[in-house]
Write a new protein. Structure first.
Length: 654
């Protein structure tokens, strides 16, 4: 796939429109098919629905969204519904009667859902919530592709298309760093990011501090160069993480996005919050009061529904009322009543236009007075940033954004600085014919313009031995362990020793299950789970806790969703996630449960070596890998891993 180029804007746009349409359909069909095939109870078991919920009104939040709390005493613990997800709320049939809402808050016994227009009678009876698809993102990708095709991109199209003569200049700019703790590689990355045009790519392997480097880049741009920056990432979590750090550096930020998707601690920096705190917002409240009064008044008159208007237009009804005439068997009193309703509706329309105008003026002032505008890639394509352009876009986690997703903010900026790691997991793609989407713009640009990329090398996370194999396998052996982490061990954080040889101070251990624990598949599922391996992992976790390791310092990761669900029921007090769900995270101790064990020696999607890279680089002091050597050894990289652990760590039998 290296050096993928496009001849014209049209070819580029058509290629990606086709892919996102396939992916959109696949995502929708995945949920629809599951809702059709599985009973509500089965979908609840999978963690993608919750049944038997009572709803109570909680209030109205920023943006006028109505929030309802849905809860029950025995709320399932393993559900996958998160803050910010789009859900379908229904009585019994999500596909026929479901109303879309956004998860605003999540507790052990409840979910708060924000609605633009809630379902009727929410406070009566029982409800069901289903995880669904978010269509807005696909619409915005398509819109960005259309704008690019029309030549409406601030960013040079030759660079996007991958033309040979693409104008790329790489220079280093001298700086006085704001953060005195940056290492030599981070400083070089900052200097080159500032001096290069129109593109620079920061390659940040695990634990090398790419976000710290980006924060310095942004600080230099806004404080020294006085440039307004658009900063985006694919996920809300990544945007909030970046925003939190910028606030600490006393940079004036505004966060655009649905209030339900912004971290509660950072809500006062959200656009909706700032709009409502603005001095001119009182005018909007006055208009809303007037509209409310008019609507109350309007209820006294006849609404001109098709049944009453009998084909008459608003203009005709108003004219008949003025002339005191009845028509088509409609009484004059009814015509006059409908005319009054229409007059009041016209007043409401004018007031709404005035409200929108004031709102837009406030928004423009807030955006103009901020130094950094933060949003997800998708939200950058929303109404608030329409027709707004920026000198520089900073795109974090760029290796997890599909190309059409990255294009949404990219076309708004003259220059882009991206940070990511294409050796870790790419974005998840569901449709088999849309796999091209997992080849990200970040990776394509690194293949096309290697001169405009730079890799950070000093890692601040892992013990030297845990770092060594991924460094050799994925980063040409170039990663360097910082002195502060080089020799960190399990015994530094434990109170007592264990008799179990797997839990000594050896940083990396492989436990061979010897084919004794067989994988299983659930009905109607493509995923795998391994009950006996899960039980074995549970005993390791219990022993670690007995040694004094706090549960918050232990992470259990697995490549398979069904195995994650099974483990969560067994080990409720420790964080259990899929490898994909743990990307960007770290723990003192990580146990990897590889699941696969079968006579055919098939390892399925464990063959995606980027998944292996992510799994191996989450642990700081202790990494325990549990799996069936016989099955895994069918793959040469796993064979090399086993050889490495034998030489430098320990291979034990379960």
């Amino acid at each position: 796939m290296a050096k993928k180029t496009y001849k014209t804007r049209k070819e580029y746009a058509l290629h990606f429109k086709k892919l996102i349409e396939l992916e959109r359909e696949a995502e929708k069909q995945f949920h629809i098919r599951e809702i059709q095939i599985l009973t509500g109870k089965e979908r609840e078991k999978r963690g993608r629905a919750i049944l038997g919920l009572k709803a109570t009104f909680r209030g109205t939040i920023v943006g006028g969204y109505k929030v309802y709390r849905f809860g029950r005493e025995d709320m399932p613990e393993n559900h996958q519904i998160k803050v910010g997800d789009v859900v379908l709320v229904s009585r019994t049939n999500p596909l026929k009667e479901g109303v879309e809402g956004t998860v605003y808050e999540k507790g052990k016994k409840y979910l708060d859902i924000a609605f633009g227009d809630p379902p009727p009678d929410l406070n009566r009876g029982y409800w069901r919530i289903d995880l669904f698809v978010n269509d807005i993102t696909f619409k915005r990708m398509k819109q960005a592709l259309e704008l690019f095709e029309e030549g409406k991109s601030e960013f040079p199209e030759e660079v996007i298309l991958g033309k040979k003569d693409a104008p790329i200049e790489v220079k280093e700019e001298e700086i006085k760093p704001f953060n005195g703790n940056l290492n030599e590689y981070q400083l070089t990355a900052v200097r080159r990011a500032l001096g290069s045009f129109p593109l620079f790519l920061i390659h940040g392997p695990p634990g090398t501090g790419k976000t710290t480097t980006l924060v310095e880049v942004i600080e230099q741009l806004v404080k020294v160069k006085k440039v307004k920056v658009l900063a985006t990432a694919d996920s809300n979590t990544a945007v909030d993480n970046l925003m939190e750090r910028l606030i600490k550096r006393e940079i004036k930020v505004v966060r655009i996005g649905h209030p339900a998707r912004v971290s509660k601690e950072l809500i006062e920096h959200s656009l909706d919050y700032l709009v409502q705190s603005h001095e001119n917002y009182k005018k909007i409240e006055e208009i809303e009061k007037k509209i409310y009064q008019i609507k109350k008044d309007q209820a006294n008159y006849l609404k001109p529904t098709p049944q009453w208007r009998r084909g008459l237009s608003d203009k005709q009804i108003l004219e008949l009322a003025r002339q005191n005439r009845k028509t088509r068997g409609i009484k004059l009193s009814k015509i006059k009543s409908m005319a009054k309703w229409i007059e009041l509706q016209n007043e409401i329309r004018k007031l709404l236009e005035e409200k929108k105008k004031i709102e837009n003026q406030i928004v423009d002032k807030i955006i103009a007075s901020s130094e950094v505008v933060l949003a997800t890639n998708s939200t950058a394509g929303g109404e608030f940033l329409q027709n707004k352009t920026f000198e520089v876009l900073v795109l974090d986690e760029a290796s997890q954004s599909t190309e059409p997703s990255a294009l949404i903010p990219l076309i708004k900026a003259k220059k882009v600085i991206m940070a990511g790691d294409h050796k870790q997991l790419p974005p998840t793609v569901l449709h088999p014919d849309a796999k091209d989407l997992s080849y990200t713009m970040f990776e394509r640009f690194i293949d096309l313009y290697p001169q405009a990329s730079y890799m950070l090398r000093i890692q601040y996370r892992m013990n030297e031995l845990i770092k060594e194999f991924p460094s050799k396998e994925f980063y040409n052996g170039e990663l360097i362990s910082h002195e502060s982490v080089k020799n960190i061990r399990l015994s530094d954080i434990t109170e007592k020793k264990s008799e179990n040889p797997a839990l000594d101070d050896t940083p990396i251990v492989f436990i061979d299950t010897q084919g004794k624990f067989k994988e299983k598949t659930r009905r109607g599922s493509f995923s795998k789970y391994n009950p006996k391996e899960a039980e074995f992992v549970k005993t390791l976790v219990e022993e670690l806790k007995k040694m004094g390791v706090p549960p918050a310092d232990i992470g259990v990761i697995t490549p398979y969703k069904d195995h994650e669900d099974y483990l969560k029921q067994l080990i409720p007090d420790v964080e259990v996630k899929t490898v994909d769900g743990f990307q960007g995270r770290e723990k003192e101790v990580i146990i990897i449960s590889l699941v696969r064990s079968n006579p055919q020696e098939e390892i399925g999607f464990l063959e995606d070596l980027r998944r292996l890279n992510v799994a191996l680089t989450r642990a700081k002091r202790k990494l325990i890998i549990v799996g069936d050597v016989q099955t895994l050894a069918s793959n040469e990289v796993y064979r090399r891993l086993l050889k490495f652990v034998k030489e430098k760590g320990k291979v034990l039998k379960a």
